[in-house]
Design a protein around this ligand. Structure first.
Ligand code: C2E
Ligand code: CA
Ligand code: CA
Length: 965
């Protein structure tokens, strides 16, 4: 009986759900009105074929319709018909108008344009009478236009300052016009960029502009909906329009020939050959083959450029990527094969072309576990200077060794001497064809790619760069990419006898595999069902992995973002809140207790957060290394969950140093803003706000948030550290290499936390720099140094100049030189006894005020040293501009892997360069006698480093000075 009732119920439910599924959408779609959207067929961004609309405009409108909930129909018509329709109300929206002036004020246009177009003029590709931008040469030409198009008037307008006398001819469609040009019926033809004639020669681009959507004033509510939808697209998917444009228009070249001007053509004709520097040992990109010629991918690309431009390149050898830029000259105007970093792009002193290609770098390890960058050893081939630089900046705790060749690096990883190396995808491809390296693992998630450009010497003619840029643009990404893919195959590793052995062994393995496969099939036949089941479970596991962060067990960052987007899209403002939970001073925790402990603390807090979640329908993630982010529906009060109780629970974690947590809450009212803006709002209030307990929890926009003065509070803390003398300094002697006597010293800051020991300046200086506090510290140090020198003078001791490090932020202080002069005066210290070291990276910013500030210091009689030369991207050009006294190099960096001829050659070159430019060379980080002797030989006068002395406590420095002066 019971069975029968449940069967009946089941049937009923099925019938009901069928009715629901079938009718509910129908009803709702009938409730919405269908919008008629007119478009002009000429524009070529909506196509109609076999009953189907497609193209840029259609995808664009489909996306709009998602937000505005429109059902729309497309109607092709002429400009005049569309305007009439708008007025009569039979058309709701006209999609694609450019000329607004003639419309009158009965219409409203969209806030933003929907696409930008250009007007283009083409000639036959074989026509040599006219080149790009050569408009005056068009006199007497017969130019074809599509009938009734505005392009004809625009051309007359464009050439007004240089009146153009042309005969116009009309065609009914772009296809016929195009054919007429190819057949030689006309000399030139005009079209819009949406209809580009990619097999003809582009000779002018004359005007154009944005296209908008239009409606009549009477229907302005349609435009409001359109604008709102468009704004949402822009904030939710900022790349949408760009991607769409690329998809429909960027794949076709705009011209059959590069856009060379007449002068450029003449330049190419008169300069048929240029030397180009290439690296000789960077296979398969560029290397010297058995016939002693350059071979590889880069020479191939150079040939490509020659074919198109007519310029011939002669490859010449570059020594080393570190000094490649210094090697460029009138004889070698260009180098190719140096990756470009963002630093170069900011630095105005380097000339470079557009990128030819992007090349990915890949991390290579001997095991497939993830790398702990805070405790790993990397090995980097010397030719990969950019990678070295990138790693050193991003992973300060990483140990990085240099080696000579790529094989050395791969061997070191293979034998487990290093944890990983980084090489680019082409190099990897080339070497891993060898059986041996086949067993290495690669991590493609390592996200560092480089743009490969031509780099030019400062004396290189800008005409050459512009010709190269135009050729590169013309070659375009897709051509180069398919080129690269094709030639990649050619540069394979040459197999050795061992490799062949290995190949056979793999066949044996294949045979065994085959046997086991047969067994497996048998097994499967029996266990089929059970296996199927477990596969299902596994698939579910993978999905879960992507949604869950493995360390904390909370949602993964990307899953959290997705959910946030989804929920906000469907909800009203104020329905959700974001709570940021920030672990303050986490750098201190990792420094004192290590990363393992810190991970444990993070897990502990994550557990507490997770335990609060199930009742709530909220979601949480680890936002960054020190912040959790929680999203809650507004029904639940974050204060109940993450207020005092939560803080007390966290405080129970067994550790001497209290864990300082700050909770910031943002009630999401601007659901339109991109996610990162919302996160920032919550984070901005998850920070220290004063002494009392309450301040560990704050709501964005609340009264206390607004009156909060973060800067003052952090400054107060620094004040305390300064007052309590938690900062001190050491002095490292500088030695005269000829006499072996001390001739100066460098003051180096030290911070020691009572009972905990000292923290390396490399850890806290970047933080102080970030918040701009470093200036106070540097001036404090200057004060202390002056006081020390005063005390020596008072005791009747001889003194030596002491140098002080300045940071970039120091130069933001307008009266820096004045302040420094004041401090020296208050202790009566002569300016020649105080020197300043400024890192090369600071000069690299093309901020003119730094040069001016340095000049002010030098005018006052202080010596200025450029510190760490060669650690960033130095350019000789920069040295010419910067007015300095000394140049300091860190030989530790250059000698990273043992002494060898390369490092020597680099140092010798720098020594030559400095003496040429009239600077003194100071070598730092000198650790061995060999280094000291070599430096002496190349003419370096001053050295500093552990070989002579460690940085000394003040009492030790005094003794050292007395005995070594
Ligand atoms: P820096 O200016 O390049 O200072 C030289 C660093 O190299 C010092 O590290 C010094 O102890 C270390 N060093 C010197 N000789 C040798 C050697 O032979 N072998 C090895 N392995 N190391 C050597 P320290 O003291 O850790 O300072 C690190 C950086 O922090 C400094 O680099 C400097 O950029 C910055 N810094 C230190 N004190 C101050 C300061 O008062 N103000 C500012 N703005 N920056 C500072
Ligand atoms: Ca220094
Ligand atoms: Ca240095």
């Amino acid at each position: 009986m019971r069975r029968r009732i449940s069967a009946l119920l089941l049937t009923l439910i099925m019938i009901l759900s069928f009715v629901g599924v079938t009718f509910i959408p129908y009803v709702s779609s009938c409730a919405d009105d269908t919008i008629i959207i007119a478009y002009n067929e000429d524009t070529n961004f909506i196509h109609y074929e076999n009953g189907i609309f497609s193209g840029y405009g259609v995808e664009f409108l489909d996306e709009i319709a998602i937000y505005s909930k429109w059902h729309y129909k497309l109607l092709p018509c002429s400009n005049a018909e569309a305007l009439k329709g708008l007025e009569a109300g039979s058309i709701s929206l006209y999609f694609g108008v450019s000329d607004m002036n003639s419309l009158g004020n009965n219409y409203v246009i969209s806030n933003d344009s929907i696409i930008n177009i250009q007007f283009l003029l083409y000639t036959n590709p074989s026509d040599t009478r006219v080149w790009y931008d050569d408009i005056s040469e068009l006199n007497g030409f017969t130019i074809g236009f599509k009938s009734d198009s505005a392009l004809r008037d625009k051309l007359s307008e464009y050439s007004e300052h240089e009146p153009l006398d042309f005969n116009a001819k009309s065609y009914t469609s772009y296809a016929i016009l195009h054919q007429a040009l190819l057949d030689g019926e006309i000399d030139a033809a005009a079209c819009s960029s949406l209809n580009a004639f990619s097999d003809c020669k582009l000779v002018a681009s004359y005007g154009g502009g944005p296209y908008y959507a239009l409606t009549s004033k009477a229907h302005s509510e349609i435009m409001s909906a359109f604008n709102a939808a468009y704004a949402s697209i822009k904030s939710r998917t900022p790349g949408f329009m760009n991607d769409l444009y690329t998809k429909y228009y960027d794949s076709k070249p705009i011209s059959a020939l590069p856009l060379y001007t007449r002068q450029e053509m003449l330049y190419i004709k008169s300069h048929a050959q240029f030397n180009v520097g290439l690296f000789p040992d960077n296979a398969p990109l560029s290397y010297i083959d058995s016939d002693n010629n350059f071979a590889g991918i880069f020479p191939h690309l150079l040939r490509r450029i020659s074919q198109i431009s007519g310029i011939n390149f002669t490859p010449v050898e570059l020594d080393n990527s570190l000094l490649a830029r210094a090697q460029l000259s009138v004889d070698i105007p260009l180098a190719f094969g140096i990756g470009l970093s963002s630093k170069d792009i900011i630095d105005g002193s380097i000339n470079f072309t557009l990128p030819l290609c992007n090349i990915n770098n890949i991390l290579v390890t001997s095991h497939n576990k993830s790398i702990d960058f805070s405790d790993a050893t990397a090995i980097i081939p010397r030719s990969q200077y950019n990678i070295y630089h990138y790693l050193a900046i991003h992973y300060p705790n990483l140990r990085i060794n240099y080696c000579e060749t790529i094989t050395e690096a791969l061997d070191s990883v293979y034998h487990g001497d290093s944890d990983f190396t980084v090489v680019n995808e082409y190099v990897l491809d080339y070497y891993t064809k060898s059986a041996k390296y086949n067993r290495l693992f690669t991590d493609w998630d390592f996200d560092y790619d480089e743009q490969y450009v031509f780099i030019a010497s400062p004396s290189t003619d800008s005409m050459l760069i512009s010709v190269l840029d135009k050729t590169i643009t013309h070659l375009n990404r897709t051509t180069i990419d398919s080129d690269l893919r094709e030639i990649r195959e050619k540069y394979q590793y040459q197999r050795t006898f061992f490799d062949i052995l290995h190949t056979y062994s793999s066949q044996i393995i294949m045979f065994i595999c085959l046997l086991s496969f047969i067994f497996l099939l048998l097994f499967l036949a029996i266990k089929d069902r059970a296996l199927y089941k477990s596969a299902e479970i596994k698939a579910a596991g993978y999905k879960e992995k992507a949604e869950i962060d493995y360390l904390t067990g909370l949602s993964s960052y990307s899953y959290f973002g997705e959910q946030l987007g989804k929920l906000l899209r469907l909800s009203r403002p104020g329905s959700y809140s974001l709570t940021a939970i920030h672990i303050a001073k986490h750098h201190l925790i990792t420094t004192i207790y290590g990363y393992k402990k810190y991970d444990d603390i993070v897990k502990y807090i994550a557990d507490i957060i997770r335990n609060k979640m199930p009742e709530l329908f909220g979601i949480a993630t680890m936002y960054d290394s020190s912040t959790f982010m929680v999203m809650l529906p507004s029904a639940s009060n974050p204060k109940d969950l993450f207020g005092e109780n939560f803080l007390n629970e966290v405080a129970k974690y067994p550790i001497e140093h209290p864990i300082d947590i700050y909770v910031g809450v943002y009630n999401i009212t601007d659901t339109e803003s991109p996610a990162h803006v919302l996160y920032e709002k919550a984070i901005s209030v998850a920070s220290p706000s004063g002494g009392n307990n309450e301040s560990h929890y704050m709501v964005y926009g609340s009264e206390r948030d607004i009156t909060l003065n973060h800067e003052r509070i952090i400054l107060d803390n620094i004040d305390r550290a300064l007052r309590k003398e938690e900062f001190s300094f050491n002095i490292q002697p500088k030695i005269n290499l000829d006499s072996g006597k001390i001739i100066g010293g460098e003051a180096l800051i030290r911070w020691s936390i009572p009972d905990k020991g000292s923290i390396s300046p490399d850890l806290f200086i970047p933080i102080l720099e970030k918040y701009g506090f470093i200036t106070r510290l540097d001036l404090y140090l200057l004060n202390s140094v002056c006081r020390l020198l005063r005390s020596y003078l008072d005791k009747g001791l001889p003194i030596v100049p002491i140098s002080i490090n300045l940071s970039e932020c120091d130069f933001h202080m307008t009266l820096l030189a004045e302040e420094i002069v004041k401090i020296c005066a208050s202790y009566g210290i002569e300016h020649r006894f105080i020197e300043f070291e400024i890192s090369e990276g600071v000069y690299n910013e093309h901020n003119k005020f730094i040069y001016a500030a340095v000049n002010n210091l030098r005018k006052e009689g202080f010596k200025v040293t450029m510190d760490d030369f060669g650690c960033e991207f130095s350019t000789v050009n920069m040295l010419k501009v910067a007015e300095i006294d000394d140049l300091k190099i860190d030989v530790r960096f250059i000698y990273k892997s043992d002494i060898n001829n390369r490092a020597d050659a680099i140092i010798r070159k720098i020594a030559e360069l400095t003496s040429e430019l009239g600077f003194n060379l100071v070598a730092e980080g000198v650790e061995t006698r060999e280094q000291a002797e070599f430096l002496k030989e190349v003419g370096c006068k001053v050295a500093q480093g552990f070989y002579y002395s460690m940085p000394l406590k003040l009492e030790d420095f005094e003794t050292y000075m007395k005995t070594n002066i």
